[in-house]
Design a protein. Structure first.
Length: 418
């Protein structure tokens, strides 16, 4: 396959995403106002709770078997290394250009999470279908390439909704404000002890009814409230404190165990256990209609996320010039530093026989290090209600550059594995 055919194959895959992005921006324009803010929030919820878990489950259950897990064991580790390397480089970028605190999670997410969903599923089969493909027989290449890309997508989505989601959540203004409120409450407790007037404000939430009932001029009984603050502490039952702590811990665990994580566990279990595969995945399975229904729901995940990305594009265009240093830094991380690191990791693993010497498999592993930021990052920022404009500007710039840079890296990767 010559350079121009490879360029066209890669460019067309990215062009499809750009066209859907443009449609999302068109639908969110003030003149039409179809994807308004409330609609985007509801669509985000559908992506998070329905479409993405369905996509992860169907991909993993359809493509994973015990044999493939043994052969492809290095792929989950390789994708995890992309997250680790991207997070480290993103943190260096944050410290270098002094990114505002509320954008730290966005920058780390964009540097760590690559688009392991749509791009490999489009690029790899397209290369295999070409009559001049260097990866051998078209049928075998397409079958293996689709399996590699599907596994890459499933693992990437699982990492994105577990790692990236929580990184962005930690740095979101909502979480930061909650921490500040807790600190303010602690300070107000000590202030109450020293200032009698602050007792009337009762910041600790320990407002109780006084034992004595005051009878003003009207003669009607009116309860008098006071703060019970013995020794500077609110009178709160110890059991209530323990219950609050347990509820807080349980809430954090629910956040960590995202719906996509549960879907990955279910998909892995059904894919690896032969009895479950016979019931759900096989062509003549008893509950094959259930599997087809879930797969149909999962197919809506990528278009919905790309539409949301386009809907936030107007904000991104307004702040494109202001975020220029940040955008340039992320482009250097995603398209210069990470691919170079990926070459060292994959070639080193092949040298020590940690991965099998299938050129297509090594190509997919290398491709994972040269992808633009995951579209799911835009969905996550939309969920938390901050950084949508900056995220749209980053996505617009990186995907525009990937039309050229990703093609160049694909050419380099094919030269390295063949």
């Amino acid at each position: 396959m010559n350079f121009w055919k490879l360029y066209i194959a890669s460019f067309m895959s990215i062009l499809k995403l750009l066209l859907i992005t443009a449609l999302g921006a068109f639908l969110a324009h003030d003149r039409f106002n179809i994807l308004r803010e409330n609609a985007r929030k509801h669509l985000n919820a559908m992506v998070y709770f329905v479409f993405t878990p369905a996509l992860i489950y169907s991909s993993m259950s359809n493509t994973l078997t015990f044999r493939s897990m043994v052969m492809l064991w290095f792929m989950p580790l390789s994708i995890l290394l992309t997250y680790i390397a991207g997070t480290v480089l993103g943190w260096i970028l944050i410290k270098t250009i002094r990114v505002p605190h509320h954008l730290h999670g966005l920058v780390l997410g964009c540097c760590a999470a690559g688009n392991l969903a749509s791009l490999p599923l489009i690029v790899v089969p397209t290369i295999c279908k070409d009559k001049n493909s260097p990866f051998g027989d078209e049928v075998v290449c397409h079958k293996n390439g689709l399996a590699y890309a599907s596994l890459s997508m499933a693992i990437g989505y699982t990492y994105a909704w577990s790692i990236t989601f929580n990184v962005v959540r930690i740095y979101s203004p909502k979480i930061s404000n909650e921490v500040k409120v807790d600190e303010t409450t602690e300070n107000s407790k000590s202030a109450t002890e020293n200032d009698p007037e602050n007792l009337l404000k009762c910041p600790c939430g320990a407002l109780v009814m006084a034992e004595d009932i005051a009878k003003p001029n009207g003669g009607m009984d009116q309860p008098d409230f006071e703060c019970k603050v013995p020794n500077g502490q609110a009178k709160v039952p110890e059991r209530l404190n323990i219950m609050k702590i347990l509820a807080h811990k349980i809430n954090n665990m629910k956040t960590l165990i995202a719906p996509s994580t549960m879907a990955a566990i279910m998909g892995l279990t059904i894919g690896v256990v032969p009895q479950f595969r016979k019931l759900l995945v096989a062509d003549n399975a008893l509950f094959h209609v259930v599997q087809d229904t879930i797969t149909m729901l999962g197919d809506a995940s990528v278009p919905a996320m790309v539409l949301l990305l386009g809907a936030n594009l107007v904000k991104g265009l307004k702040g494109l010039g202001q975020q220029l240093p940040l955008i340039v830094g992320i482009i250097m991380v995603k398209f210069l530093a990470l691919p170079a690191i990926g070459i060292g990791i994959v070639k080193g693993a092949a040298h020590f026989n940690l991965i099998h010497h299938d050129p297509l498999y090594q190509f997919v592993l290398l491709l994972q290090y040269a992808l633009p930021p995951a579209i799911v990052v835009s969905t996550i920022t939309q969920m938390f209600g901050f950084g949508e404009g900056e995220c749209s500007a980053i996505m617009l710039a990186t995907y525009s550059c990937s039309a050229i840079l990703l093609t160049l890296w694909c050419t380099m990767f094919m030269w390295l594995v063949l």
